[in-house]
Write a protein that binds this ligand. Structure first.
Ligand SMILES: Cc1cc2nc3c(=O)[nH]c(=O)nc-3n(C[C@H](O)[C@H](O)[C@H](O)COP(=O)(O)O)c2cc1C
Ligand SMILES: O=C(O)C(=O)c1ccccc1
Length: 383
């Protein structure tokens, strides 16, 4: 089935007098989500660091590139299939790790994983999940695990062990959020959504972490929360420590949050398999460079040494085309699917992702390309 069939499905439903279940326009989908969420929950997802300068820069960078379409090419049947780390996925899109998804919908990460599984695309489960690794694995789709890296090696190894045993085949290590940035929206809400959402399902169900506690989680939840926070938050790791992960994870490892060419090269030297060029959706450094602006140099420098993934600012099919043309093998979708989750749980996520994939499929073809691999910078023009 072609991803663009979603357009036809909406058309056929229109003939029967039915409108799409949720808006297909991402700004209107966000609005629909906002109407269902309280200000704290909405602010958690929509918010970013400081004045929001990086979040805006991410979008402005996409607007500085324009697609140059080519005509009369044989592109009516397209193939979005994409190989990542030796496995072929139906599209160059994965769902970004997003913490504490029960803040926006009670089914949280379970709904997201089920929607991704139904489409065959990978979901990246955050360490700050509201459901355990084991529960989310039951959706049984392609799954990657995002590590917030504890400063307790035995806990780290236990998390890796659980991830591997439960079929998470790719490890994504987030480097840019070793401490949470200055985020005025969450601060003014006193981090209420974090507390409400309980993003601690993974550590609280971890046997090694539990063995560290003086009293069982069930007897003193607050003490457990206080013990977990400093374990992964507030102190950064260093390059030499990557060997711990490399030695204890058999599958591919991807470093998330890379922006500088030298860091990408260093990742390759450390035996990593990929990077996500990302600025965390503008949620960490206010006034950082746009993630899209970091992408071309990183992609050129690493060549075939690493698989380059990209996120921060992807909203439409055109955005995906631009990121692929500038050197990404695939992209991670962030906030857009969370708006779908808020608007309609698993169905809402599926709608948001199918909309993006249909838009991507159509835009790719209209621009004159049959596959993602056909894209290179010549598909674009800089403004
Ligand atoms: C509400 C929210 C929570 C997030 N939680 C995590 C997380 O737990 N781990 C992580 O690596 N990235 C996290 N991110 C960052 C995303 O993985 C991704 O980098 C970002 O959303 C991309 O930007 P975009 O949403 O503007 O496209 C989070 C982002 C948002 C919006
Ligand atoms: O909010 C975030 O961006 C994020 O990465 C995170 C970190 C810890 C818990 C929940 C979300």
């Amino acid at each position: 089935m072609a991803f663009s069939d979603y357009q036809y499905e909406i058309y056929l439903n229109g003939l029967a007098g039915l409108r799409p279940p949720y808006p297909t326009d991402i700004a209107r989908l966000e609005q629909a989500a906002k109407e269902r969420l309280d200000p704290e929950a909405y602010g958690y997802v929509a918010g970013s660091a400081g004045t929001g300068a990086t979040d805006r820069a991410n979008r402005e960078a996409f607007d500085r590139w324009r697609i140059v379409p080519r005509m009369l090419r044989d592109v009516s049947v397209r193939d979005l299939g994409t190989e990542l780390f030796g496995r072929t996925y139906p599209a160059p899109v994965a769902l970004a790790p997003i913490g504490v998804q029960s803040i926006v919908h009670p089914d949280g990460e379970l709904a997201t994983a089920r929607a991704a599984a139904s489409l065959g695309i990978p979901t990246v489960l955050s360490t700050a999940s509201s459901h355990t690794l084991e529960e989310v694995a039951e959706a049984d789709g392609p799954r990657w695990y995002q590590l917030y890296w504890p400063h307790d090696d035995e806990v780290t190894l236990s998390l890796l062990d659980r991830a591997a045993k439960n079929g998470y085949d790719t490890l994504v290590v987030t480097l840019d959020t070793w401490t949470l940035a200055w985020r005025p929206t969450d601060l003014d809400h006193a981090y209420l959504p974090f507390l409400r959402g309980t993003g601690l399902a993974i550590p609280l169900s971890d046997p090694v972490f539990r063995s560290r506690l003086e009293r069982p989680v069930e007897e003193d939840l607050n003490a457990a929360i206080l013990q977990w926070a400093p374990m992964f938050h507030g102190r950064s790791h260093t390059w030499d420590r990557l060997s711990l992960l490399r030695d204890n994870w058999d599958g591919p490892i991807v470093l998330k949050g890379v922006q500088h060419v030298d860091d990408a090269l260093r990742a390759a030297d450390a035996g990593m398999d990929g990077v996500v060029v990302s600025n965390h959706g503008g949620r960490q450094i206010d006034g950082a460079m746009a993630s899209l602006d970091a992408l071309p140099a990183v992609a050129t420098a690493v060549g075939d040494r690493l698989t380059v993934l990209f996120d921060s600012g992807i909203r439409t099919g055109s955005d995906v085309v631009k990121a692929l043309a500038l050197g990404a093998r695939a992209v991670l979708l962030g906030r857009p699917y969370v708006w779908g989750l808020a608007a309609g749980g698993e169905d809402g996520v599926r709608h948001a992702v199918r909309s993006l994939l249909a838009d991507l499929d159509l835009t790719l073809g209209l621009a004159g390309h049959r596959t993602p691999a056909d894209l290179d910078p010549s598909a674009l023009e800089a403004r």
